[in-house]
Write a protein that binds this ligand. Structure first.
Ligand code: FES
Length: 186
């Protein structure tokens, strides 16, 4: 366990260095509130496929502080749920489509909540590089978003590819708000 990883009072592993909380869903439907079971993602990589094939995952996004990212394992893939800062939202919204290799507005990457409103502070996407499938690192790269160290792809604060070999933006999973603060992925 690295210096920044520790077990909290519930036996959960928390990485204070990255301020990431990592949740693994092992049931058909798993409630992944911030108080639920967590392990480092890497510890789950050797698990049998059936334990990784969670059909859907519910997450209370109100527990994710601004500037924090939650990682949820869903169908064997990490889903990043990032509570973006005002600066990150502004950068994402003020980017000209003409500079994007895979043009998509920030709003097109959001799904309305139960009141029909977009919540730009909450970005939900599959945290897999669209080049060869590595997991990008957050708050990194030339565009303040994510950086994939495998071959050098830079994603912006909307998860859109900006530079490097990845051909497309990080994918938005099938998700919906099922109440004011709970989203269901899958
Ligand atoms: S897998 Fe990410 S840049 Fe190649």
């Amino acid at each position: 366990m690295s210096d920044t990883l520790h077990k909290d009072a519930h036996g959960e592993t928390v990485d204070e260095g990255k301020r990431d909380f990592i949740y693994i869903a092992t049931g058909a439907v798993a409630a992944a509130g911030v108080g639920s079971l967590a392990w480092p993602l890497v510890a789950q990589m050797g698990k049998a496929a059936d334990t990784l094939a969670a059909g859907s995952v519910e997450v209370d996004v109100s527990k994710i502080a601004e500037g924090q990212q939650l990682k949820v394992l869903w169908r064997g893939k990490p889903v990043f749920i990032r509570h973006r800062t005002a600066k990150e939202i502004s950068e994402a919204e003020n980017t000209q489509l003409a500079v994007l290799p895979d043009p998509q507005t920030d709003n097109e990457r959001l799904i309305p909540d139960t009141a029909g409103k977009l919540r730009p502070e909450m970005l939900v996407m599959i945290g897999v590089c669209t080049h060869f499938g590595c997991i990008p690192v957050g708050e990194a790269g030339d565009f303040d978003g994510w950086y994939c160290p495998c071959h050098g792809s830079h994603y912006d604060t909307s998860g859109r590819i900006r530079k490097g070999p990845a051909p497309t933006n990080m994918e938005i999973p099938d998700y919906q708000y099922i109440s004011e603060n709970v989203i269901k992925v899958g």
